[in-house]
Design a protein around this ligand. Structure first.
Ligand SMILES: Cc1cc2nc3c(=O)[nH]c(=O)nc-3n(C[C@H](O)[C@H](O)[C@H](O)COP(=O)(O)OP(=O)(O)OC[C@H]3O[C@@H](n4cnc5c(N)ncnc54)[C@H](O)[C@@H]3O)c2cc1C
Length: 472
């Protein structure tokens, strides 16, 4: 797989600065001449046609302006988390032109940048796996990479993976996929025509504000940023917002009395709960050691956190700062326990743990009553495993399709469910399920020249079957 990255041309000869020349001069050496393409760009000072926002009478106004079109594509996926990567890979494998845009510099969303390492509701109440397709493909690929995943195929224990291994795997797959990807690129608006039909999205990046035109947009932003901008109806919800950390040197404390209920010799089984033995899930910073990961000497510490508004920058800022103070204090307390003195804070997640923010009002809103009563749907596109008190349940295609706007699909944690069901469909393997279905549906829209709400469901189900997905 490594060979394919190099072959992809990203690291083509001359594009990287040799370490020796980058460091030259620091140790008294003669500075090397800049490599081709390096150094100051000798361009005349340009202001271009940009007109800044103006302040007049206490009001800030941004002038109307034409946006450069960065790119045109058939399927545009916004967000590169579990749902977005699943959607992009599956749509591309159907032979259509796919573009993925992600606000951060890596793929995986909360599963990598959020350090959410447990793959929860994979199994039904009888411990039979009910999620396959791209989920199974990714877990299998993680399994052949060193320190990629533990506890795979050991129901009811859920598997735990390594964030860096998943980042690497997704980057490797992306480079070989033929998908056009734009990272460090934030979706800020929808593009609609005179009838309100979605035609793409607007992005901000270091290159400025640009447009990407698309036939179908799949909103995998987790927060429904694009469908909301396009005018789709949604429910805004508030949930616990945490910040996950990794704690190192944990081997030294594994055998220590101070490790509390954690026992590496006895993998925890039973119904999954966030943070497995789960002392560490509460936000009391009581010196918790977290749960094991594939990386030696390393635990991950899940955190529930207080309730906050994930769409309010003040709430987000407060949590970013306070959670880091609390996480530090947790490790300090942990180190006071006998045997845990050498534990250290290896990492706090670079992104906050937002569970839910917007839930789409879709063609179908999946409710907790339906999943409790074992409802079956003609347009089933996959399953969630059993989780907490809920049994395994079917997910209908209608929960990915906005009731109001055209040319948009949703996948991942912002699909159309009530709050209780959303607390399950947000989990990683279920996001892989909805991402895969949205990817196939979007490709069918292109191939059959139809709107998402008119997709031939039997055909969609047939293709998902062929791709190894489980529909019951
Ligand atoms: C604290 C916490 C603990 C959890 N624990 C577990 C667990 O143990 N097991 C489990 O299975 N699940 C767990 N979950 C749930 C799970 O991690 C997430 O819900 C899941 O990753 C959601 O996938 P997604 O693709 O829908 O969204 P995300 O993972 O949020 O991905 C969305 C992606 O879109 C990008 N994005 C967002 N807005 C924009 C924009 N405007 N423009 C461009 N890109 C954008 C983001 O950067 C991100 O990469 C947990 C969640 C939290 C918060």
């Amino acid at each position: 797989m490594r060979r394919s990255i190099a072959a992809g041309g990203l690291f083509a000869a001359g594009s990287l600065v040799p370490v020796s020349s980058a460091l030259a001069g620091q140790a008294g050496e003669k500075p090397a001449a800049p490599a081709a393409g390096q150094g100051p760009e000798k361009l005349p000072h340009q202001t271009g046609s940009h007109v800044p926002a103006t302040l007049a009478d206490g009001k800030v106004t941004q002038p109307r302006r034409e946006l450069p079109v960065l790119h045109k594509t058939s399927v545009l996926v916004v967000g590169g988390g579990p749902a977005g990567t699943a959607a992009a890979f599956t749509a591309k494998r159907m032979g259509v032109d796919v573009t993925l845009v992600e606000r951060y510099g890596y793929l995986g969303g909360l599963a990598t940048g959020g350090l959410v390492l447990g793959i929860f509701p994979l199994y039904d109440r009888g411990n039979k796996q009910v999620i396959f397709g791209i989920a199974e493909e990714l877990m299998k690929k993680l399994d052949v990479l060193k320190y990629g995943i533990i506890d795979r195929g050991k129901a009811p224990t859920y598997p735990t993976f390594d964030a860096e291994v998943l980042k690497y795997l997704l980057a490797d797959m992306m480079l070989d996929s033929g998908i056009t990807a734009f990272l460090d690129c934030w979706g800020v608006d929808a593009i609609v025509d005179a009838k309100g039909t979605v035609k793409g999205a607007v992005f901000e990046s270091k290159s400025g504000r640009q447009a990407i035109l698309a036939d179908i947009v799949i909103d995998c932003s987790g927060d429904g940023d694009i469908y909301a901008a396009a005018g789709a109806a949604f429910e805004k919800v508030k949930t616990n917002i945490g910040l996950i950390s990794r704690i190192g040197n944990i081997d030294e404390v594994d055998m220590a009395a101070g490790r509390g209920s954690e026992d590496p010799g006895k993998p925890v089984t039973g119904k999954p709960s966030e943070g497995r033995p789960s002392k560490g899930r509460v936000n009391d910073f009581g010196g918790h050691a977290g749960n094991s990961t594939p990386a030696p000497h390393m635990n991950w510490l899940n955190m529930r956190g207080p309730v906050g508004d994930a769409l309010d920058v003040a709430d987000l800022t407060a949590m970013e700062l306070k959670h880091r103070r609390g996480t530090w204090s947790n490790v300090e307390k942990l180190r006071q326990k006998q045997g845990d003195e050498q534990a250290f804070l290896a990492e706090t997640a670079p992104q906050l743990g937002v569970r839910l923010s917007r839930l789409l009002d879709g063609v179908k809103k999946l409710t907790v009553q339906e999943i409790r009563s074992g409802a079956k749907f003609k347009d089933v596109i996959g399953y969630s495993g059993a989780y907490a008190n809920a049994p395994e349940f079917q997910i209908p295609y209608g929960s990915l399709v906005p009731e109001k706007v055209e040319n948009v699909l949703a996948a991942g944690r912002c699909i159309s469910t009530d709050f209780e069901v959303g607390d399950i469909t947000r989990l990683i393997p279920v996001c892989w399920v909805t991402g895969q279905a949205a990817g196939v549906a979007a490709a069918l829209c292109i191939q059959d020249k139809c709107k998402p709400r008119n997709v031939n469901v039997a055909k969609l189900q047939n293709i998902l079957h062929q791709q190894g997905a489980y529909l019951g």
